[in-house]
Design a protein around this ligand. Structure first.
Ligand code: PEP
Ligand code: MG
Length: 371
């Protein structure tokens, strides 16, 4: 828990009374969620579920699942992953009792989750040197290398990512939604107040949104029947490719909330690779940028802000009470927070450690002290 002085606590609660924007946090673990709540977050705006599989004991299962071409094999790995995720969801929902938790379904750029070919090749050579080139382990490694090679993409950040994966392999997203609802039902039975919001990544077409929403509603009905009452869930989408902003009115037919993923939206609006924006050449170019501000930090005048305006007005025209927030890195930047205030968003979601600064910035924006 943060050790704020009484004066600082008082200042932050004054800031909250003045602000029109709520401050939520991005958190992927129960510990992060607790920390976020301690810093005053009023919800979780982004739980990146792919991050739940990066730990050393979980990554190999995830790698096998992603590289698998066999449905049964994939289902077996998914079963293991589901148990791990459910435990994490229980912890996060408990830490955020009474507040909304936005869980984003898997968005794994493939290169981060494919088995690593150099490591596997090294292991295979070791086995061959030991005369175990035909062992079951060696055979399995050969298959994995072949699959990893065949799934390699030239531009993984623009490749088989986000909801594209969930559309092609529905069982992956179904496993996750099941894990979410199992956790919710368990906690609701214990009297814990849970508000799960399920969010789709990288949506760019109405059909993606419609299919995925239908899947969640179908699963929810099953769990509601088991529980004997309604689950207070919502289904929504990230707005993180320009097309999603442009067709926000259509998406709002199926989505009860939008969350701006301005990291991808900036990348795709400018055509700057987000992974290289801090690198030598692009960083220098971005610094000399004619707009003055780094567009990965500041929305104003970047054109990305214009896409947010379009999405907000299209979304609200279709669904008046649609909930709209932001969960990209911009959500922790004071100038961008002022922009979000002017757009009338419900919340900004940022890293737990930025929550206090974001609370102050939201108040400054409401008082007209930042423009
Ligand atoms: C984003 O794109 O802004 C976002 C929040 O998602 P991620 O950073 O996980 O791609
Ligand atoms: Mg994104």
């Amino acid at each position: 828990q943060p050790s704020f002085t009484e004066d600082f606590r008082e200042l932050l609660s004054f800031a909250d009374r003045v602000s029109k924007l709520e401050v939520w946090a991005n958190a992927d673990t129960p510990e992060d969620a607790e920390r976020a709540r301690g810093f005053g977050a009023k919800g979780i705006g982004l739980c990146r579920t792919e991050h739940m599989f990066m730990q050393a004991d979980r990554l190999p299962v995830m790698q096998e699942m992603v590289a698998s071409t066999d449905r049964d094999e994939r289902l077996e790995a998914l079963g293991k992953l589901k148990v791990m995720q459910k435990e994490d969801f229980v912890g996060i929902f408990k830490a955020m009792e009474g507040l909304p938790v936005t869980v984003r379904l898997l968005d794994p750029p493939l290169h981060e989750f494919l088995p690593k070919v150099p490591e596997m090749t090294e292991r295979l050579e070791e086995l061959i040197a030991q005369g175990k080139g035909d062992s079951p382990e060696a055979c399995k490694i050969r298959v994995l290398i072949q699959r990893a090679e065949s799934l390699k993409e030239a531009n993984p950040m623009l490749g088989f990512r986000g909801c594209r994966l969930g559309i092609i392999y529905p069982e992956i997203y179904e496993m996750q939604v099941e894990a979410i609802f199992e956790a919710v039902v368990e906690l609701m039975r214990q009297g814990v107040e849970v508000y799960p919001d399920i969010m789709m990544p990288l949506v760019g077409t109405y059909e993606e949104m419609r299919r995925l929403r239908e899947m969640v509603d179908r699963m929810a009905q099953r769990f509601e029947a088991e529980l004997g009452r309604k689950i207070p869930y919502m289904v929504g989408t990230m707005i993180e490719v320009p097309r999603a902003a442009l067709i926000a009115g259509d998406l709002a037919k199926e989505a009860e909330f939008f969350s701006f993923g301005t990291n991808d939206l900036t990348q795709t609006t400018f055509g700057y690779s987000r992974d290289d924006a801090e690198g030598k050449f692009l960083a220098e170019y971005v610094r000399m940028h004619i707009l003055g501000d780094n567009p990965f930090h500041v929305l104003d005048r970047s054109g990305v802000g214009r896409l947010l305006e379009i999405a907000v007005s299209e979304g609200r025209a279709q669904r008046e009470d649609i909930q709209i927030g932001i969960c990209g890195e911009h959500g922790g930047n004071p100038k961008s927070i002022a922009f979000c205030h002017r757009l009338g968003l419900k919340y900004v979601s940022c890293s737990p450690f930025r929550v206090p600064v974001a609370r102050l910035a939201a108040a400054h924006a409401a008082m007209g002290l930042i423009d």
